[in-house]
Ligand binder design. Sequence first.
Ligand SMILES: Nc1ncnc2c1ncn2[C@@H]1O[C@H](COP(=O)(O)OP(=O)(O)OP(=O)(O)O)[C@@H](O)[C@H]1O
Ligand SMILES: [Mg+2]
Length: 395
Amino acid sequence: MAKLSVLVTTTADQEFRSSVVRALRSSGVPLGVVEERDSRTDVPDLVVVDIRGEGSQGLQSVERLRAKWSAVCIFAVAGSSEPDVILQAMRAGANEFLAWPTTGESAPRDTEGFCSALTRIVERLQAARGNAASTSKTFAFFGAKGGAGTTTLAVNCAAELARVSKRPTIIIDFNPFVGEVALFLGVRPRFTLLDAADNMHRLDDQFLRELVAKHKSGLDILAGSDAMDRPNGQDGSALEELLQWIGRSHEFVVIDAGNLTNPCAEVAVFASDSIFLVANPDVPSIRNAQRVVDRMEDMGAGKDRIKVLLNRTSERHIIAPKQIEDALGHPIDHAFQSDYGTVSAALNSGVPVALSKGSLLATQLVEFTRGLAGLPMTVETSEIGRSRASLLGLF
Ligand SMILES: Nc1ncnc2c1ncn2[C@@H]1O[C@H](COP(=O)(O)OP(=O)(O)OP(=O)(O)O)[C@@H](O)[C@H]1O
Ligand SMILES: [Mg+2]
């Protein structure tokens, strides 16, 4: 899950908001940007308040937020570092202060200094939370191109995680319009992600339980939207908050994020502990994967969080794995065999691939999932995995 939740308040300057969010993202610490709600219990970890400009609106916001959340870390951003301004901010209740002078209208100067100050605070907060932080892990699956097998791997990995870990696990379908997660699992959901996004003010554990559908493996499913144009960019902050909430009740959160053009892809990128990029061993897929990795890195996702999954490999390599790794500048984290019979049998029966006996693909999925759950490999799995993997000549 996003480890820290951040609220950014500004009276007018939306540019300020996006600059602060960009600066926070560049820290590399997974965090979620949330909206302010009436609830006094949903306390963010950090509040960044814009106190620049004439009048005392910003300072009033600091006072109000301090009265609302006595323990929250409030970071006041002023237009100058005059001693008077600092004093007023501290008196109002800010615990951190930073001057972010503007040139002309609102373009900020010294963005680097600002970013590194924010990064230091975010890292400190993160360290202070340490072991107290939730142990929940979020895994987002993205496709390098359509049809790469993103939903297949996300769904099977989620069902296997629920089965082997016996811990609360959920899969969330971020795809706009006809996401296929529920279909792949043979479940008919009554509600979708949009019912959650549109009712954030009602969200509590009970409400969440009503929204999710159950798979027989124990997996919870928050099904994909049935609206053509949603989730869209406007749903981003609700989804960030939803992930924060879900991370409190679920130990493993799997997101089928579709591809990077999904308007809510950014939310999945920043909320995830690991980002799995699913590619096939063919030229268009590798070329797209290369671009997606670059774009994700530009967005601020550290290289170590991005993991490449090569799906649909076969004995006859069209492109050698080493060549693929060189082209991507990124190692292949796991490879999954092309096995249409097993995948389609699983799809038709609603029984996850990992349960199909005697298939290398099932072994690879079990091995991959146990790694995610931090479980040791079974003797049987490691032996079959090793012999078959060497057969494929992949690792
Ligand atoms: N390892 C595999 N071996 C054989 N077939 C596979 C494998 N993985 C996925 N497929 C098949 O590839 C097709 C596309 O899979 P899937 O729907 O999971 O891809 P996707 O990336 O989610 O597609 P979309 O971009 O439409 O969301 C399906 O028919 C699926 O059964
Ligand atoms: Mg899909």
